[in-house]
Design a protein around this ligand. Structure first.
Ligand code: SF4
Length: 338
C-alpha cells in the first residue's frame, strides 16, 4: 500500500509498504557466504552498474500477487521501465513485520552459530540501507537497535551515504558488543567519473568525510572499491589516488572487486560507456564475451595494482569479513522479497 495514498516524497520517488515473512536470507539460499539483509527494495541512488535492478520486478509481481499492491498501484509500477522503477518506486519493508521476522531469523542464526557454522550478517547487499528513504522511515536504525540486543555476531554494513553517521551512537555500541565492519563504497575520487556513473549518489568528499567520522569514532571501516570499472577506474593513478584518500580518512582497508557483467549491469552501464567512452566498447565486448566475470589475468593485474598501492600507504586490501568475495546471485534478489 502506498504511503500517504501514493503521495510523492522527495523528488520523484514513491514509497510503498511491504510486509515480509523473513528478513535475513541465509547463506545456502543465496549462494553467498553470509546472511544478507536489505531494509528496502529499490535504491534511490541509482548507480548505472547496479546488479540489483532486476529485484524490483520480482518484488512488484509478488506484491501484486499477494494483494499488497492494488491493481492501480501495480499499473503505476508497470509504467516506468524496471530501470526507473528500481530508482523511483521504493518498497519500504514494514517495521513491525521486519522486527518480527528478525526475531525468528535470529533464532535460526543463533542455532546455526551454536552448531559451529558462524557466518556474518551483511546489511546492504542489494540496496543501500542509508539511501534517502532511511531519513524518513528509519528501518535500518530499527534493525541495528534490535541487533544490539542480541548475542555476539559479526555484522557488516555497506553504504555510499554519509547518513550512516546519524547512527554513530548505535554503531559505537554495536562495535563494543559485536564484530562490526563498515564498508563505504567508493570507486574513484574523480568527481567526473562519479557524476557519469553514480549521478544520484553522494560525492566522494562526502563519503570520505563519513569514513573519517566513523574511524575517528573508533569504528572499523574501510573502502569497498567495487566495482572497479575496466578502462575507467583501473589505472595506477586512479587506484593510487583512491588509496591515498582512504588512508587520509583513516580507512583500515580498501577492498577492490572488478565489475561483473550481470544482465542488469549490461543494460544499465553499457549505454553510458558507449556514450562517454566509445573507444572502450570493443574491449568490453571481447573481455566479457559469454562471461559475467572479467578475464582472470585482468582481475589479477588489478589486484596487483591495489596491492602495490596498499604497500605504499601501509594499508590492507583484505576483506575483513570476506563479504565481497562473492557477488549476489539472482536468487538473492528473489529471496530478498520474502
Ligand atoms: S547504492 Fe548500491 S544498491 Fe544502490 S543503486 Fe548503487 S550499487 Fe545499487
Amino acid at each position: 500500500m502506498a504511503r500517504g495514498g501514493g503521495e510523492e516524497w522527495q523528488g520523484a520517488s514513491s514509497f510503498f509498504d511491504l510486509d515480509v515473512k523473513s528478513i535475513l536470507n541465509p547463506p545456502e539460499s543465496t549462494g553467498m557466504g553470509f546472511w544478507s539483509l536489505n531494509p528496502y527494495v529499490g535504491c534511490e541512488l541509482g548507480c548505472t552498474y547496479c546488479y540489483a535492478r532486476y529485484a524490483h520486478r520480482y518484488v512488484t509481481e509478488r506484491a501484486h500477487a499477494s494483494g499488497q499492491l492494488s491493481p492501480v498501484e501495480f499499473a503505476r509500477f508497470q509504467a516506468p521501465s524496471s530501470w526507473e522503477g528500481f530508482e523511483r518506486q521504493i518498497f519500504v519493508k514494514r517495521r513491525q513485520a521486519v522486527l518480527a521476522a528478525l526475531e525468528r531469523d535470529l533464532a535460526r542464526l543463533h542455532l546455526r552459530n551454536a552448531s559451529g557454522s558462524a557466518s556474518p550478517i551483511v546489511i546492504g547487499t542489494a540496496t543501500d540501507p542509508y539511501q534517502p528513504a532511511e531519513r524518513r522511515f528509519h528501518i535500518t536504525r530499527s534493525i541495528l537497535r534490535r541487533l544490539l540486543a542480541t548475542r555476539e555476531l559479526a555484522i557488516s554494513l555497506i553504504t555510499k551515504s554519509p547518513r550512516i553517521c546519524r547512527d554513530l551512537d548505535l554503531l559505537r555500541k554495536l562495535q563494543a558488543r559485536h564484530q562490526l565492519v563498515v564498508y563505504i563504497s567508493l570507486i574513484s575520487i574523480d568527481v567526473s567519473i562519479i557524476k557519469r556513473f553514480e549521478a544520484r549518489s553522494p560525492m566522494p568528499h562526502a563519503r570520505l568525510g563519513a569514513l573519517q567520522k566513523l574511524t575517528d569514532a573508533g569504528i572499523t571501516a574501510g573502502i569497498n572499491a567495487a566495482p572497479v570499472l575496466p578502462g575507467i577506474t583501473d589505472s595506477a593513478f586512479q587506484i593510487d589516488s583512491l588509496m591515498a584518500a582512504a588512508r587520509d580518512a583513516g580507512a583500515a582497508f580498501v577492498h577492490p572487486a572488478v565489475l561483473r557483467f550481470y544482465p542488469a549491469v549490461r543494460d544499465g552501464y553499457l549505454p553510458i560507456v558507449e556514450q562517454q567512452f566509445p573507444n572502450l566498447i570493443p574491449r568490453y565486448r571481447a573481455a566479457y564475451r559469454g562471461n559475467w566475470d572479467a578475464p582472470p589475468n585482468y582481475a589479477a593485474a588489478v589486484q596487483r595494482r591495489f596491492q602495490r598501492a596498499a604497500r605504499k600507504y601501509r594499508m590492507s586490501t583484505d576483506d575483513p569479513l570476506q563479504v565481497r568475495e562473492q557477488q549476489p546471485l539472482e536468487r538473492e534478489a528473489q529471496l530478498s522479497l520474502l
